[in-house]
Design a protein. Structure first.
Length: 391
């Protein structure tokens, strides 16, 4: 009996050790098997991307904490005309009485609309969309911290659908511009006030860059995103995961009026250019040379990456230099021209009086012309006070 008790602890120890190895083997996943039944080498079972090693993000809360305070809600009020009584709109009433009542049948009523904006300078300058404020008689800005202030229009640029307004408040948060380094596939967040429900954050990626020829604005170079953008997001921020401003949300493609995963934002480079122009001159000054170009969608006879076709030459610098309709512009200064929109944006960015070199192909020959850029006439720009840029 004593011998049995002497061996019992050792027997139990062996059982425990054997059980441990059986359990450990059960926790090890089986090696993957290829379609032909052959086991794959162990080293190929590692994930393609080590999210821990690559610093994978599991939350965007820090970016939102940085950016959200600088995104504001915009309430606008405008006077619209409506009849005082439905009877005045009745055709039989008008047939009997005529229009003798005139404007007495109409009265003004305030109409509120909602949009968004982004504080871009500590002294109260806000970027938003021109279509948010263009018809407003009064603009009220509501901040993330609960404060409200009446805003005044500093200047607008309908050709990019941007506007600059200003509020008089202190201790304002600012969202910094990110002017480059944005690539297709990057994660982005859209912040705004969709449908007036309050500040909302949506997440997506950059679906495309340099989108143009959409017929939205005169000058187009949009960032496309699948982050949900809805009515009320207009003028709001598109940010990266570090909380930098990469664009101002401006439009969506939709068959229903709501988000379908195709939204467009004006990139930060254009936003900064328009902001600086309005603060410096009260409006955006652009260059022109007097050329009418064929839209890219119609350039069926050209190679996909070759130039911009001139369809008409107006009176102006290009005509004086010798450029003719039918010429294909392939280069301007050091820029290789691959599409019409690229050329339009380049010329518009040149200061009036600047001389640019335009290279064209005509009847198989390469020709070069020096063209002095003229000033493009302003298009329905709403100007405010002159605000010089800080030194």
């Amino acid at each position: 009996m004593r011998r049995t008790f002497v061996w019992l602890p050792w027997i139990l120890l062996v059982i425990v050790i054997a059980g441990f190895f059986v359990w450990q083997k059960a926790q090890t996943p089986p090696a993957p098997v290829a379609a032909d039944g052959v086991k794959m080498p162990a080293e190929k079972t590692q994930p393609l991307v080590d999210t821990a090693r690559q610093g994978g993000v599991v939350s965007y809360s820090e970016a939102v904490k940085v950016a959200a305070p600088a995104v504001v809600n915009i309430f606008t009020t405008q006077k619209v005309q409506e009849t005082q009584h439905p009877l005045f709109s009745d055709p039989r009433f008008r047939e009997f009485f005529g229009d003798q009542f005139g404007d007495q049948m109409l009265q003004g009523r305030p109409e509120n609309s909602l949009g968004s904006g982004v504080i871009v300078r500590k002294d109260g300058y806000i970027l938003t969309n021109n279509h948010v404020i263009e018809k407003a008689d009064q603009i009220v800005v509501a901040l993330h911290d609960g404060r409200r202030a009446q805003a005044k229009v500093i200047g607008t640029d309908p050709e990019t659908d941007l506007a600059v307004i200003k509020i008089e408040l202190d201790q304002l948060p600012v969202l910094p511009f990110k002017l480059s380094g944005n690539e297709v596939g990057d994660v982005v967040l859209a912040i705004g006030n969709p449908f007036g429900v309050g500040q909302t954050v949506t997440q997506g990626i950059i679906s495309a860059t340099e989108r143009s020829n959409l017929g939205i604005n005169t000058y187009e170079d949009f960032i496309q995103t699948d982050a949900a953008i809805n009515p009320g997001n207009s003028g709001g921020a598109l940010i990266d995961v570090a909380g930098n401003l990469i664009g101002i949300n401006t439009a969506i493609f939709s068959r229903t009026g709501g988000s379908m995963g195709i939204g467009f934002a004006i990139p930060a480079q254009i936003c900064q250019y328009v902001l600086n122009g309005i603060l410096k001159d009260g409006r955006v000054i652009r260059g022109r040379v007097g050329l009418q170009l064929m839209p890219n969608a119609q350039e069926m006879t050209l190679e996909p990456t070759k130039g911009a076709l001139v369809v008409q030459v107006d009176d102006g610098p290009a005509k004086e230099a010798g450029i003719k309709s039918g010429d294909v512009i392939v280069q301007v200064d050091k820029l290789k021209v691959t599409n019409t929109n690229q050329l339009i944006n380049y010329v518009a960015a040149q200061a009036p009086g600047t001389t640019i070199n335009i290279q064209v192909e005509r009847d198989g020959k390469a020709l070069k012309f020096d063209v002095e850029v003229a000033e493009r006439p302003a298009v329905n720009q709403r100007q405010g006070q002159f605000i010089p840029l800080p030194r």
